[in-house]
Unconditional design. Sequence first.
Lengths: 336, 336
Amino acid sequence: MTRRRPPVMSDVAKLAGVSHQTVSRVLNDHPNVRVETRARVMAAIDELGYRRNLVARALVTSRSNTLGVVSFDTTLYGPASTIYGIEQAARTAGYFVSIVSLKSLDASSVRDAIEYLAEQGVDGVVVVAPQRSAARALETLPVGMPAVAVEGTHRSEVSAVCIDQIEGARLATRHLLDLGHSTVWHVSGPSDWLEAEGRLEGWRSALEEAGRPVPEPLAGDWSPRAGYAAGKRLASMDEVTAVFAANDQMALGVLRAFTEEGVKVPDEISIVGFDDIPESEFFSPPLTTVRQDFDAVGRHCIEVLLRQIQAQGPISTERLIVPPGFVIRASTAPAP
Amino acid sequence: MTRRRPPVMSDVAKLAGVSHQTVSRVLNDHPNVRVETRARVMAAIDELGYRRNLVARALVTSRSNTLGVVSFDTTLYGPASTIYGIEQAARTAGYFVSIVSLKSLDASSVRDAIEYLAEQGVDGVVVVAPQRSAARALETLPVGMPAVAVEGTHRSEVSAVCIDQIEGARLATRHLLDLGHSTVWHVSGPSDWLEAEGRLEGWRSALEEAGRPVPEPLAGDWSPRAGYAAGKRLASMDEVTAVFAANDQMALGVLRAFTEEGVKVPDEISIVGFDDIPESEFFSPPLTTVRQDFDAVGRHCIEVLLRQIQAQGPISTERLIVPPGFVIRASTAPAP
DNA sequence: CACCCAAGTGTTAACGATAACAATCAGCCA
DNA sequence: TGGCTGATTGTTATCGTTAACACTTGGGTG
């Protein structure tokens, strides 16, 4: 049994008694097609179950209607949510999304990923590049490739959309200071992450502004385990009453460590996280945290990228900053 | 300033002093090219920075080297992890991955998503279709489209890869019974999810096998909030000593509810979850749970799909079942 | 020496769509 | 009536690659 090949435009044309070009016009909503002709073509399309071949179309128009996304570990809540927002916005705009998840964000991996996508003919790329090394890779983009970075780059060559990390950290720190804590300890993210850097900077500046001592930050790696280790150390120090963890998972680890050591949260120690993952509301106690609107980030990315694609050339670099939110729950209380 | 268009095969050919077909042969590792010629071509490719146009290639070979993935809410840990595994495996095999995330899994959304991907010319699709409605949509696939379902379908027309939900639930339930609990309560997932169904069935069968009473399950929706509500109800009942929640997030809610009500976990009540999300290890107390190897699922999906694609036609339907793991932590203890 | 074979290479024709241009036709105006 | 205009349609070239086939060589064989 031979497999029937799918119908092509000229099959439709033959059935409708027109030329393939007229079919093309119908499909692309050109004016100057008689309603009657259009109806006949549509009927033929229906009858044959014709679907146009977007690959052929992409070849001749040199536009694939596909956007590439390069991201680090898409199982993390932040990247996953951002990509979700990107995909929704892209689809609404009529674009497909091709994703490459990297295990490491060194410059050459990112470059390779972008090359890989460029080969496939994507019309533009979004790079969810929260590490400094990745941001550097963006400086050597294939020429003419529209690109947007998320949380990405200091340089002005590439547009970027990011959540205001510094402000988020300041909100968290000030909240704790306002509760009467004399200072705030910080469990930081990995130092090569731009987000970690921003949160560190916001925390530090809020403390300095208030004239408070700035304790040595404890280095973490975003994982609950690192938070747990940091928590154990903090629990062993007397003077600690307030902790700002650079993300919710580490805050969970800190919480766990304190609980194990018999330190009451929030009565003896207050904790604030960052991200507002869905679980945070149900930690024991529910976590006060900084909320990030990843959906908005995704939407903005697509907007900026599509503007670049439509402009068909380099336009002025945009930098969009999404403000953070703050959610007060039960892990913070006035200083003891 | 005119933008130079990227070099094409014939540019390379001209520079190397050969025909474009020879360039193609070099690129596709055909035999019958003199090493010297090959070297000359490679040099020309390097010099021009030539990258082959995969769109044109896809048109003539009618294979796009792209796989489509249709998934429900990719911000959930399970789908996100599965997709990550799929993407890694696909890329290793030389395939791109195009993703569509759905907000709802009714049959027509799934069908539309598959159509959309088919239009783009994907070589096959993976449907992460954990709902019964989505599974139904798979029965009306475009003819000749290779497809694999994750956790998908009862029918035999489409291959599927899934984790043995029933066995996972049995492990959880038996673990609690072995600890001396007289029976086990269950907070279930939404009834139209196949995974929820499997976990319910496994739990019920383990109880029946042991000759224990089967309490009415409490209906949840995977969210910590639902677990919390269920936990509150369970805490008000005297006879409850063991709870099996259908996922870790609900287990977290249950934990939270008990903690709030002053019920000690695991001393007074034992809890088991399902998934082993990264946070589970650091709940208070750390959660005993069923581990799912999402990576393996992703890998198997790609294997099955590529086999179908290479066979170039319907081959015998495969059904791959990945065994679950079990992680004992501190949320379970002998019956009081 | 004629012949054949295989290796290496070039030539031409697809793939299935869109773009550019040409052709037809009717209506309108001078 | 002749020619112009705009709407509608058809014809042909084109995108950049691979497939199919044809053409050279050089060397071995009868």
